[in-house]
Design a protein around this ligand. Sequence first.
Ligand SMILES: C[S@@+](CC[C@H](N)C(=O)[O-])C[C@H]1O[C@@H](n2cnc3c(N)ncnc32)[C@H](O)[C@@H]1O
Length: 279
Amino acid sequence: MTAESREHVRRHYDALGDGEWHRLTGDVKGRVSLAVHRRLLAECVRPGHRVLEVGAGPGRFTLELAALGTSVVVTDLSPVQLALNEEHLRGTEAETAVERREVLDVCDAGRYSDGEFDVVVAFGGPLSYAFEQAGDALRGLLRITRPGGLVVGSVMSLLGTWRHLLPGVLQVAEAIGEDANDLILRTGDLRHKAGNDGHVCRMFRSRDLDALVRAAGGEVVVLSASNWASLGDQDLLVELEADPSRWARFLEHEIAACREPGAVDGGTHLLFAARHRQP
Ligand SMILES: C[S@@+](CC[C@H](N)C(=O)[O-])C[C@H]1O[C@@H](n2cnc3c(N)ncnc32)[C@H](O)[C@@H]1O
């Protein structure tokens, strides 16, 4: 990642401010995504675990980690997001789970000792913002995770985003030209959008993510999409959500579907849990 890309992303999240707080609660597909992420987290952390949260943002998953009985070092590239994280947790029981907060670029975990965390969490795409340094960044996160511990994260999905946002993608292709669009689809790198003035990140295919983890000395132990069926008819889903027992069943089916090999590339995000590769 160039210093310029890092600055671009930091400015984006500084300016977005509290808008990020509503990303996973403001609409029904966001709430499903929250449920999919929460399930993976609940499977990967235990009470008493010491967790590094990377790209924590305003604190959706800091709250979850606190509720799961962990202690958390909360970090983010954006000082504004870190301040919001503190604001959202201030005065709640969850704040007692926070060991400290500090600015951290996912590419620069050198300040932490080998194996000092039980689990490292990087939800919502910090690795998608590391661009060409994503492999080194992941190697760094695995280094600071104890043997047997997990790096749990999510990155933006290339194929699922293409499918879900096709009308917008076609508009962009028209604006930037089909060659630039081909390049985006080949590399997942949205910096090929001319001008780079909007949101940029690197999107992944599941096979890219698997290769990245393996090259960093790890192995993927859980892979999931977010979302699958819940990217469909939103009005129908709102109706379903109003019926708690049908909704609970739907969520169970959705979480299971998201982990099917045939579905993992179909959501807007790819979730993973990775550990040091076993000899
Ligand atoms: C989409 S938000 C996700 C927030 C939270 N983890 C969640 O999933 O709700 C992405 C977060 O990653 C942070 N971020 C972006 N680039 C990063 C980097 N290179 N290192 C660490 N954090 C980064 C942003 O500032 C932002 O707070």
